[in-house]
Design a protein around this ligand. Structure first.
Ligand code: OGA
Ligand code: NI
Length: 361
């Protein structure tokens, strides 16, 4: 009993979000003429977007088949360490996830969001929790809102799944998500083990073995005044490692590079991977999480699935002893439970979680 309760701690009793309107039905409503003020983000007018990848470079590409045990290449580890240090974001190719697994998950996600609102609401979040269909990180009535809905599910540990929130329509949803997230676990483990090698940090990978995995499925409806809204506010991911798959062809992810926003164009079949706050903390700042945001399209919906990986539920989040040079940790150490509770008590805003974890020099 105690163990089961412990397993569930990752997403239960974390605090929830204030209720917000459903954006998909708002965007589809016939009466919709003016964007409600809570979605209008004047600040984005002044946030420069880099339009030429040629000038600014593009995120690195990592070949997973060269990091796999048997093939293990020191060159690729070096490339990974530069990708983590200089960019915090990279694309992963040759990952070995079968096409049909990727296609199936894309199909069920698209089908799920096409269901009528009442059917999606069967999987709605319970008040005070974050898992299910709805929204997270809304903590005040004054706060600006994102132009998107999400569906958040905990996938690992398996005993912590809340299966009554997993869609039964489309009927293949559960199988497709299960197969996909199992494959992503394999990809994440190869990357995490390689990151351990690149950091030369003992005990790094073992923190993630048996760790938490969750998915955030994002649905960004089209918006007639797309340049006034944000699909997802600027944020860094609070977790260890994120593997993102764009579900349809519509682009929208932008990452912060030299104070401006760089649009990311996924290679066909590739994953976009990024370093989250927990790796920044564990590595004592050697690898940094990077802010990113999602913009929306004027006439096309956009969908994505982010798979998050964190340490075990009983872990402490803090700099690993081997990463702390000269006895100077730059971040606090807290239990994963306290960390997750803190995370959901804030709005999504830049690297705000890390600001709370940083120690004064
Ligand atoms: C996220 C995220 C980006 C996207 O879910 O944390 O950053 O492109 N998503 O949807
Ligand atoms: Ni993110």
């Amino acid at each position: 009993m105690a163990e089961a309760a412990n397993d569930n701690l990752n997403l239960k009793n974390t605090g929830g979000s204030l209720p917000v309107p459903n954006v998909q039905s708002l965007a589809a409503s016939k009466e919709f003429t003016e964007i409600p003020g809570r979605y209008v983000r004047p600040e984005i007018i002044d946030s420069p977007v880099l339009d030429s990848v040629a000038k600014h470079g593009d995120i690195p590409i990592i070949d997973l088949s060269r990091l796999d045990h048997l093939q293990h290449s020191n060159d690729e580890i070096l490339k990974l360490s530069l990708a983590c240090e200089d960019w915090g974001f990279f694309q992963v190719i040759n990952h070995g996830v079968p096409d049909e697994v990727m296609e199936k998950v894309k199909v069920v996600i698209k089908e799920f969001f096409q269901l009528p609102l009442e059917e999606k609401k069967v999987y709605e979040q319970f008040p005070g929790t974050v898992e299910g269909y709805g929204q997270v990180f809304v903590v005040s009535e004054e706060q600006k809102l994102d132009w998107g809905d999400m569906y958040f599910l905990s996938t690992e540990p398996v005993s912590g799944r809340n299966l009554n929130l997993w869609a039964t329509n489309p009927p293949t949803f559960k199988d497709a998500l299960e197969q996909y997230t199992q494959e992503i676990r394999r990809v994440a483990n190869i990357l995490l083990e390689s990151i351990e090698k690149s950091l030369k940090l003992d005990k790094f990978f073992s923190m993630f073995e048996g760790g938490v995995q969750s998915v955030r499925i994002n649905y960004y409806p089209p918006c007639p005044q797309a340049c006034k809204v944000l699909g997802l506010s600027p944020h860094s991911d609070a977790v260890g490692l994120t593997v993102l798959l764009q579900v349809n062809e519509v682009q929208g992810l932008q990452i912060k590079k030299n104070g401006a926003w760089l649009p990311i164009k996924p290679l066909p079949g590739a994953f976009i991977v990024n370093i989250g706050d927990i790796i920044e903390i564990m590595s004592n700042g050697k690898y940094k999480s990077i802010e990113h945001r999602a913009i929306v399209n004027t006439d096309r919906e956009r969908l994505s699935i982010a798979t998050f990986h964190g340490p075990r539920v009983d872990a402490q989040v803090g700099p690993l002893p081997a990463a702390v040079e000269k006895n100077e940790p730059h971040y606090k150490t807290v239990s994963l439970q306290d960390y997750v509770r803190m995370l959901f008590s804030f709005k999504l805003e830049g690297k705000n979680i890390l600001d709370h974890m940083k120690l004064e020099d």
